[in-house]
Design a protein around this ligand. Structure first.
Ligand code: ZN
Length: 185
């Protein structure tokens, strides 16, 4: 992203490698403020109720109308667990308890990290929100595989149903490659 003006003093920025640094950054021509850009963290849950998983239909771009797991950007001053619970409540109205950390995806080509927890739904109460037009429990056979919003979500669900057959859910870190057109957005 191009940064034109300094967020501290409003003066023009220039791209250069600051002293004692090894990456080009936007640096203020007046006050020397450095604009650091770092990957964004996305946190979410795979909510489980009996033999079903809870998914939501996105009401926001990108991928509006596609199905996903509740997840979103971590806020400042928020733990990854609290962020995942907050996003789950905001997108599905479901109250869940985290079981364990399940998947971490490095998505370096879009500067994102996805962290997904397995989570137990406390009851079967859930519903649509401003961010989700529809929220629904799915058995494995009914997952809308052709209508899933993001590759990380598809991989998480594939892994989950495979792991469930083994009865063990080991934590894994995966590197997502831009193998599909949708990942390039
Ligand atoms: Zn400045």
């Amino acid at each position: 992203m191009k940064i034109n003006f300094c967020s501290c003093c409003g003066a023009p920025m220039e791209k250069k490698i600051p002293p004692d640094d090894d990456h080009p950054r936007y640096v203020c021509t007046q006050c020397s403020h450095v604009h650091y850009e770092n990957p964004k963290m996305v946190v979410g849950c795979l909510p489980i109720f009996k033999d079903q998983v809870l998914m939501c239909k996105r009401n926001i771009e990108p991928r509006k109308g596609k199905w996903t797991l509740p997840a979103g950007y971590l806020e400042n001053k928020e733990s990854v667990q609290d962020g995942a619970l907050r996003e789950t409540l905001e997108e599905t109205r479901a109250h869940v308890k985290i079981i364990d950390t399940y998947r971490l995806f490095n998505i370096v080509f879009v500067d994102q990290i996805y962290l997904i927890f397995r989570a137990q739904m406390e009851d079967d109460l859930f519903g649509p929100t401003s961010e989700s037009t529809e929220v629904k429990l799915f058995k494995e056979a009914d997952i809308p595989w052709d209508e899933i919003a993001f590759e990380v979500i598809r991989q998480t669900l594939v892994d989950f149903f495979q792991d469930r057959k083994q009865g063990a859910y080991p934590f894994k870190i995966k590197d997502l490659k831009p193998s599909r057109l949708q990942d390039l957005r």
